[in-house]
Design a protein around this ligand. Structure first.
Ligand SMILES: CC(=O)SCCNC(=O)CCNC(=O)[C@H](O)C(C)(C)COP(=O)(O)OP(=O)(O)OC[C@H]1O[C@@H](n2cnc3c(N)ncnc32)[C@H](O)[C@@H]1OP(=O)(O)O
Ligand SMILES: N[C@@H](CCO)C(=O)O
Length: 352
């Protein structure tokens, strides 16, 4: 899937009070935008995802799937701060002519969403039929529906919370400590902290999965083993895998983004913020999610005015939103069918 680029050439103020001297966002689109603009589906990616949801959400997108390019105009943007084509810590800072590296400013979900909103305006999109995301993607969708309450018609939030929990922040801090413990982290080079990031990802995997996932997929080979456990090589493999496709600065930056996620900031309270959401909302929790447990999604569903709540089972814990396509699609199809039938009833009532 070819990446497209949006270059914003003006100073971009950040929540922290700092600014970026412009930015680039990489994005993809699939399908055709209807003349009345009624078929936009905006997909927000999670922590290490990219702008091509076909890469990481193939089971949800495609002909005959829940998100269908034959019907929908599908947009997905690599978030500000990431490393798949958008401006992030490895990008050149136009004011110094050098990569940002450690000088990349602290950004927040709101900054990410404000940047994405500028791209939306550039694309001439003034309504979004459905905005969907899990985890960090859900944080973006949630923030957007509060920042622009009339923009999103249907909001789908999966495995996400209104505010980063102390538990989530603690996991992230432990991962940043692993990166800091890598002596190369102090250096200005693209691969600084790479070994630390391996350990960080191995820690993260424990929060994305759970006891049962490891028990099922990484069971002991036999009762005689003294070393060489599958679970151990799996942890190391996941570390190697992230280093091949990511960098520690971006990992660091986006983990801080997750920490500062709080819809209540500068809005009086979390409940005030959630009360502003006008989108018809589906909130989905994953029963085995240790990182964003279902109680967090139940809270969202209780306080977002027109929200409904559903829960799915998964062996994969938090990562279930990237894997359990069938139950997700079943819930969403049913929910969307109700909306369509309600809309039909309203249209018929108006005609009478
Ligand atoms: C450019 C890009 O790639 S970006 C897009 C990719 N990633 C994203 O968007 C982020 C979201 N995706 C993810 O987080 C993950 O891909 C998930 C959650 C969807 C799936 O996680 P995975 O790591 O692929 O699955 P799983 O936990 O089953 O691990 C499978 C891998 O571990 C390997 N593995 C399994 N057990 C072991 C073991 N005991 N020892 C060593 N390796 C093992 C498998 O061979 C497999 O390797 P592969 O990925 O090279 O095929
Ligand atoms: N496994 C996900 C993080 C969990 O949201 C990712 O790497 O993006």
């Amino acid at each position: 899937m070819d990446l497209q680029f949006f270059d914003y050439k003006y100073s971009f103020p950040l929540e922290s009070g700092e600014s970026l001297p412009g930015f680039r966002l990489a994005y993809t689109t699939r399908g055709t935008l209807r003349e009345d603009g009624s078929n936009v589906v905006w997909i927000c990616h999670a922590l290490t995802g990219n702008a091509d949801p076909g890469d990481w959400w193939g089971g949800m997108i495609g002909s005959g799937k829940y998100i269908n390019p034959e019907q929908h105009f599908i947009v997905c943007v690599n978030v500000l701060g990431s490393c798949y084509g958008s401006t992030g810590p490895l990008s050149i800072n136009s004011t110094t002519g050098k990569p940002f590296y450690h000088t990349f400013p602290a950004i927040t979900i709101r900054d990410i969403v404000e940047a994405m909103d500028l791209l939306r305006q550039e694309l001439g999109i003034d309504k979004i039929h459905t905005c969907i995301g899990g985890s960090l993607g859900g944080e973006q969708a949630l923030e957007w529906s509060i920042l622009r309450p009339n923009l999103i018609e249907n909001l789908i939030l999966i495995a996400v919370s209104a505010v980063a929990s102390p538990w989530c922040i603690a996991f992230n801090e432990a991962q940043r400590m692993a990166i800091e413990a890598d002596p190369t982290w102090a250096e200005d080079r693209d691969d600084a902290g790479a070994t630390g990031m391996k350990a960080a990802r191995a820690m993260a995997m424990i929060s994305y999965r759970n006891y049962d996932t490891y028990g099922f997929t990484q069971a002991l080979d036999n009762n005689e083993q003294l070393d060489g456990y599958k679970a151990a090589s799996y942890q190391r493999y996941q570390g190697d895998k992230i280093v091949d496709r990511f960098n520690a600065y971006t990992y660091w930056t986006l983990s801080k983004v997750m920490d500062s996620h709080n819809v209540g900031r500068n809005r009086g309270s979390i409940l005030n913020a959630l009360a502003q959401i006008k989108a018809r909302t589906m909130v989905i929790g994953i029963r085995s999610d240790l990182l964003f447990p279902p109680s967090e999604q139940q809270f969202l569903a209780r306080h977002i005015p027109s929200a409904v709540y559903e829960e799915i089972d998964s062996l994969y814990g938090h990562d279930g939103f990237l894997i359990e396509f069938r139950p997700l699609a079943t819930i969403l199809r049913k929910w969307m069918a109700t909306a369509e039938s309600d809309a039909k009833k309203v249209a018929e009532a108006v005609k009478k």
